[in-house]
Design a protein around this ligand. Sequence first.
Ligand code: KE4
Length: 428
Amino acid sequence: MNIATSKELFERAKDYIPGGVNSPVRAFKAVGGDPIFFAKAEGAYMYDEDGNAYIDLINSWGPMILGHANRGIEEAIFKAVIGSPSFGAPSRMEVELAELITEMVPSIEKVRMVNSGTEATMSAIRLARGFTKRDKVLKFEGCYHGHGDSFLIAAGSGAMTMGTPNSPGVTEGTAKDTLLAPFNDLEKVREVVASNKDQVAAIIVEPVAGNMGCVLPEPGFLEGLRSICDGEGILLIFDEVMTGFRLSSGGAQEVFGVRPDLTTLGKIIGAGMPVGAYGGRKDIMDFVSPQGPVYQAGTLSGNPVAMAAGYAQLSYLNDHPEVYEKLEKTTLKIMDGYKKVLKKHKLNYTMNQIGSMISLFFTDQKVIDFETAKTCDTDLFGKYFRYNLDNGVYLPPSQFETWFISTCIGGDEVNKIISTFEDFLNQS
Ligand code: KE4
């Protein structure tokens, strides 16, 4: 493939932007080669600066669940931007979107809009600390909750990919208030909570971990966290930045029937525009300024254009719940196709899937947490990633990321994804 323009842009970008990218995982560091620069996208495809087409299995890391250039969302954005892109004052769409989110996610009685998933999780733990008057937060190894200092300890996603799960720049003072446990290990959670009696403000968890690759909760894990929190006066925070409106119109909490005290959201609620949100029990949310004492603010929070985009996408998902069945069917076809190829090649690589989240792990171990995810052959993943890229399939550039399926991925794309896997194994 001719990717000369991407190469030229990357050389320029490296002079002005750290690593030439505005988010580390995009730099292809873990998979080798230089990042592709994209010019436009439509449906299931993205097109780079040299006009090459790629089936997109990242979908902007989740937001483009309805595929790229969805006409309804584009019209909503065009209409909103004419009025003025920002008022810095309350506007109608903030109320409409807040109302819709509280309708779609029953545990969310009140919600505050912010500009990213990171802002949402940072604000949620500050709120939990203010509400409970406790300092410590428990997170799970390999889970990623954005780049807030408290979370860059044993963090997944780009931090894991870059080999910096514990980032320099996070002070001892901050790190001491972040407690860790392996994902899916309730015994360890009980132990850690017991040795920090009455000091833990919140347990924050990705109800389905997407940042070690897709890792599902073992049966009873989420319910166990709920009962530990109930017993210890700890707030349970579901970080649904990725799973929110992805796994169902009510997120993972609706799929698993476990009600958190607070939920963080992002990605799909902005439909590609920068939006995050946190919400939950009214008595807790009323602790947020100006209603309560916990301060949190943002110049562009509730931005009218972003609200219009998010409202268009969420109202479509709310009115068309059949979308989730379609997404799961497509994802299962991909998984079945991979399993047939693996069987033919007598390989036992692990695949995890739920709804339209799926991961192929280059390990034969069951992947249930950070340690088992780390048994993957990341070099082999890198080779697989680059083979796909050369053949017009765009996977997330890291073994430790979930693939995201959109409603625009159909039979032709599924066949191409599977045949590319088979060709890769045949040429290996
Ligand atoms: P943002 O600040 O990137 O909007 O959201 C942070 C975040 C919080 N919680 C969860 C569960 C997340 O998955 C994320 C961000 N996800 C990564 C992809 N694994 C963002 C991609 C990137 O860092 O470029």
